[in-house]
Design a protein around this ligand. Sequence first.
Ligand SMILES: [Zn+2]
Length: 267
Amino acid sequence: MPNQRDLGLILRRFPYGESSLVLHVLTREHGRVHVIAKGAYRPTSRYYAALDLFDTLELEWSARPGAELVQLVLAGIEIRRARISHDLGAFTAGVTALDLAALGSHEGHANAELFATLSTALDRLAAQVPPAAALVEFELAFLHNLGLAPALTACASCGGAAPPLEQEPDEPARAAFSASSGGRLCSGCAIVARAAGRRVGTLPASVLELGDAILARRVDAATLAEVELERVRDFVARFLEVHLESRPSSYQQFLAAHNRNARTRTP
Ligand SMILES: [Zn+2]
């Protein structure tokens, strides 16, 4: 079998033996590939110092049929993004994006769109865009790529209009929202979903509409105030958790905080 070549982004690195590394890599054309980089820590290796997180790498590997790991033959750096590792906020956001891409990718299933989405997020972080902005753009694009984008303006269930619910005077407009039903709901579908035992809450309509504008790229997330970004990220992270059926370790801290979109009662 001839050697394979592709561009790749390292998702996870595990030390192996004395001087080797096992890498889970998202490639552009070959989906997720698990490679062993033998002697990666030896200065004489052909990929020494070329296996950092966040860089786009040009990789060559040899695949033996039936082998669980393919063997890395060559690695070069195509795009260096060293800056991400020098800023804690950017680093944490970058690792979160890699964690999600690991959860959303499959061995041997090419997903060029996911590769492009992740590359864009890492470019944004390297360009010192606020990390929360780069991350929420990625999270929404990631959900869209998986076919799981939340309904943010229309009803997830019937596709009809989903106007805000009746509200107290002076209270910001809120809409029914159910992560397990796919997002925003009209009042009729909210009743049906509740009766079916689904969890239905409410979210500020303005936060949902902001999420929609970010997803459709009508708004550059980097121009938003931190508190707005946090509100969008809060519901997106909770939505991701329901749909990925796991809480990626990088979300523990973010989601341990109180719900940033909870109703605030006016005294
Ligand atoms: Zn509906």
